[in-house]
Ligand binder design. Structure first.
Ligand SMILES: Cc1cc2nc3c(=O)[nH]c(=O)nc-3n(C[C@H](O)[C@H](O)[C@H](O)COP(=O)(O)OP(=O)(O)OC[C@H]3O[C@@H](n4cnc5c(N)ncnc54)[C@H](O)[C@@H]3O)c2cc1C
Length: 541
């Protein structure tokens, strides 16, 4: 089966839906999403969206804070355009119906309460209590569902991009759409479009512990890589220091404010350790705390450490952290009486598909926006709450460019071949997938996690050689299922992270290697990888 639209959007988070609403004003749009519509990291964003809003703030100040966090790798022109366009995009969200938390004496929906977060020198975080992403997604989903030009395909997973050269299609090299697997019917169909947006979010699932939802398996990065598009800065993975550690608590973050309000980190025997690592102890920056916890866990073989607030006033805790208390209690942990078990968790993928200022990738007709993209905004470390902003700004910029250059022109060729299943058969051995899935996530956590070393990276590389070979064989032997597709993508992303981390001979921002622990001016550049035609593995561009 073949479906033709003007714009194909892969992913239904804030980046994908922002693009869809803009492009839908000009042409037909198909939004493909592998789960249900709101599922994705956008839905779980808590803190808020950063933008210059108050009269005592300035674009220069937001840009300076972003660049300070980015440790020398931000692209100043990109930072400048994102901070300048931010307020416009956020105003549009309010005009569409997003209700941010307001000041007590607010006169209208624009008179918002501005929060302050680590790394920001001014109050500039718009938030909707502690569930900002859910409120923004509510607005976007309502608008998309009501839009006559937008079709949403839920439970459809993009398998591969249709790059014209790879499939011997006539005309110059370009992206002509994607192959999609309908998860329920298990059929693979063609969606042809002159312009395609990758908005597939991050890749947190590549690590054993992550704050990301299950859909964050790095599919967009892997698909773009297979299509020959350069992938940049994959070594810069941001880890959140404190994720609740409980077998049933998937991805629940214990806010950093808990430490700010007096929470202390302790080993299983109750002894404090943060002062051994930094004079600011628990109030040290996020990366320092994550690294210290990782060191304690790896050195002593702990499964987790604990965040202790039992010495704090119980009524204060009830009032200040109702959601955290409620969630912990639902798992039988009462933070008022006992320490909370925590581990650091992969939180944000700074690297991704390299784009220009219009969200264009190197493959004509293919755009990328949101966490899947590497625009140059974050550099070596993301400033808190800048990612929702980036998704809004680049979702719109990519749509503007696609509308101007692709709508109604250069339709994809008539003859796009249907998906070729080759000699594949149905697999009845789910264990083949789950075993490798666990292996990759544990390997990445242990060898390519918060603290890296040449030895650990070398070991990771050796293991991945074997795993990738096995996956490539299984992938072509068996008819692709959603699990197999995600596994293959996860392995590709793991390989890219290992290659980027091994390539960079310094420590900078989020990348820390004990064998080259300092920044080195000679390495103040992006790590850009492309697919080697022979080995199909990543090599420096
Ligand atoms: C717990 C948590 C809290 C956060 N808090 C904040 C915050 O306060 N402020 C902030 O700025 N950022 C925050 N972030 C980061 C931010 O939420 C994300 O970076 C941002 O929402 C990414 O948006 P996106 O549109 O790029 O991707 P997502 O919202 O992740 O959406 C990706 C979409 O792609 C779909 N998809 C993926 N692969 C495929 C495929 N192969 N085929 C079809 N569909 C596919 C998914 O199903 C999903 O719909 C937080 C993240 C997490 C996890």
């Amino acid at each position: 089966m073949r479906r033709d639209v003007d714009f194909l959007v892969i992913g239904s988070g804030i980046a994908g839906l922002s693009f869809a609403l803009e492009a839908g004003e000009t042409g037909t749009v198909c939004v493909v999403t592998k789960d249900r519509l709101p599922e994705g990291s956008s839905q779980y964003a808590q803190g808020g969206v950063a933008t210059v809003w108050s009269p005592d703030d300035s674009f220069a100040s937001h840009a300076a804070d972003t660049e300070r966090a980015g440790a020398g790798l931000c692209v100043p022109e990109i930072v400048d355009l994102v901070v300048r366009e931010g307020p416009k995009r956020v105003r549009e969200m309010i005009a569409r119906g997003t209700r941010f938390s307001l000041r007590p004496d607010a006169e209208d929906a624009y008179d918002v309460d501005l929060g302050l977060e680590g790394g920001h020198s001014r109050r500039r975080i718009l938030h909707a209590l502690d569930a900002t992403g859910r409120e923004m997604m509510r607005t976007l989903v309502e608008a998309v569902v009501a839009h006559p030009q937008i079709t949403v395909l839920e439970r459809h997973i993009a398998v591969d991009l249709i790059a014209s050269a790879k499939f011997d299609l006539p005309g110059p090299e370009r992206c002509c759409g994607a192959y999609l697997l309908d998860v329920d019917s298990e059929r693979i169909e063609v969606c042809a479009a002159p312009a395609t947006l990758l908005a597939t979010g991050g890749a947190g699932k590549v690590y054993l512990y992550t704050s990301n939802p299950d859909v964050a398996s790095g599919d967009g990065v892997a698909m773009a890589f297979r299509a020959g598009v350069p992938i940049a800065n994959m070594e810069f993975i941001q880890f959140h220091p404190t994720c609740l550690f409980h077998p049933k608590a998937r991805s629940f973050l214990v806010s950093e404010t808990v430490r700010g309000e007096g929470g202390i980190l302790v080993r299983p025997d109750g002894s404090r350790f943060m002062a051994d690592y930094d004079s600011r102890a628990e109030l040290a920056p996020r990366d320092v705390v994550a690294r210290a916890i990782d060191q304690e866990m790896k050195a002593h073989g702990f499964d987790n450490v604990y965040l202790d607030v039992t010495h704090c006033d119980a009524s204060f805790l009830e009032e200040r952290f109702p959601t955290i208390l409620e969630r912990c209690r639902s798992f039988g942990i009462d933070p008022v009486r006992e320490p909370i078990p925590v581990v650091p968790a992969a939180h944000y993928t700074c690297g991704g598909v390299r784009t220009d200022s219009e969200g264009r990738t190197s493959l004509p007709g293919l755009y990328a926006a949101g966490e899947v993209a590497m625009t140059g905004l974050h550099g070596a470390n993301r400033l808190a709450s800048n990612s929702l902003l980036e998704a809004l700004v680049f979702g719109r910029r990519a749509a503007d460019h696609a509308v101007a250059h692709h709508a109604g022109v250069a339709r994809p060729p008539e003859r796009i071949p249907p998906w070729n299943p080759g000699r594949a058969r149905t697999s009845d051995e789910a264990v083949l997938i789950t075993q490798k899935w666990d292996e990759i996530r544990r390997l990445m956590w242990n060898y390519v996690g918060i603290v890296r070393s040449d030895r650990r990276l070398g070991r990771a590389r050796q293991r991945m050689d074997v795993i990738l070979e096995e996956i490539e064989r299984d992938y072509w032997d068996f008819i692709p299922t959603a699990d197999l597709i995600e596994l293959r993508n996860l392995a590709t992303v793991a390989d890219l992270i290992i290659a980027s981390a091994s390539h960079r001979r310094e420590s900078r921002g989020l990348h820390f290697n004990v064998d080259c622990p300092s920044p080195d001016e000679a390495w103040r550049r992006d790590s850009v990888l492309v697919r080697d035609a022979q080995s199909r593995r990543p090599v420096p561009a």
